[in-house]
Design a protein around this ligand. Structure first.
Ligand SMILES: [Zn+2]
Length: 281
């Protein structure tokens, strides 16, 4: 079975420790591995994860190009790391940078509205979605742990409007559609043409927003073909998160889809990830 973790954060060696401790403080969470290339590689070995999708976030428009260069270089030397690039809503020329990303082998972008201050259905975002066309993936951080629900920018209703306006766009909403807004996920997003990842949703001591039963219900209702295994490494342990999927009360064939085959199709992952397995549908 091919296992792809579609939600991983790593940083260049010299800033990894400080970037992670800033996030730990902000979200009052703890990391379980180092957010470096070496950290993710050893975690993948232990968890038998074949590929990890690297999510990059630019907090300022000026960071976009250098992050994209780094993420592309990193994935070229480590083919089992799949690069998603950074973009910022205030970037002066997203069209040109997205063309450059394609040449760098970058498969899409990650947007984080709480760090980048935008609403997904704002008109200024549309040129970005146009530029991504039907080949590049956009992953939205959705919901939030630290802000009151009323102050969250990326909510199911706004995402649903983007899905309706850009039917060709490949959209992923992290955290099972929207962290801590799962009633709204059921109201606005269930069944629509949008992927959900499973990052940071399974219950652990001190974090019990969702039960495994409710997670299973949302996954079943939305459709097994639109669920992606994701962990939020280094903030969740890849081995334990793989077990969480394997322990779900669903068919084996659906577990395979969630753990890998949906991601292989969405990100157009060739079998050059170092895995000896042949990818079949
Ligand atoms: Zn994340």
């Amino acid at each position: 079975m091919m296992i792809i973790d579609t939600h991983v954060h790593i940083f260049p060696e010299k800033i990894a420790a400080s970037a992670v401790s800033a996030l730990e403080r902000q979200y009052e969470i703890e990391s379980c591995g180092s957010a470096t290339v070496q950290g993710i590689i050893s975690s993948m070995k232990k968890a038998k994860v074949d590929g990890s999708v690297l999510l990059s976030i630019a907090t300022r428009p000026g960071q976009v190009e250098s992050i994209n260069n780094w993420i592309s270089d990193t994935s070229k030397t480590n083919p089992n790391l799949i690069p998603l690039g950074a973009m910022h809503p205030d970037h002066p020329d997203p069209e040109t940078e997205i063309i450059r990303m394609r040449k760098l082998g970058i498969k899409g972008i990650k947007l984080h509205s709480e760090f980048q201050h935008f609403y997904p259905d704002e008109e200024r975002m549309f040129r970005l979605y146009e530029a991504l066309s039907s080949d590049m993936v956009v992953v939205f951080h959705a919901g939030d742990e630290i802000r009151p629900l009323t102050k969250i920018h990326t909510r199911p209703k706004g995402l649903a409007s983007v899905v309706d306006s850009f039917p060709e766009l490949k959209i992923v909403a992290a955290h099972l559609g929207c962290h801590r807004c799962w009633n709204e996920v059921e109201q606005y997003l269930i069944g629509k043409k949008i992927f959900f990842d499973t990052a940071y949703v399974f219950p652990v001591p001190g974090y019990e927003h969702l039960t495994t039963r409710r997670i299973t219900d949302i996954i079943e209702a939305h459709g097994f073909d639109k669920i992606l295994f994701g962990t939020d490494y280094p903030f969740r342990d890849q081995s334990k998160e793989v077990d969480n999927i394997l322990n779900l009360d669903i068919d084996e064939v659906h577990k395979k889809m969630i753990l890998g085959s949906n991601a292989v199709k969405l990100f157009n992952i060739k079998n050059d990830t170092g895995s000896s397995e042949v990818i079949t549908d």
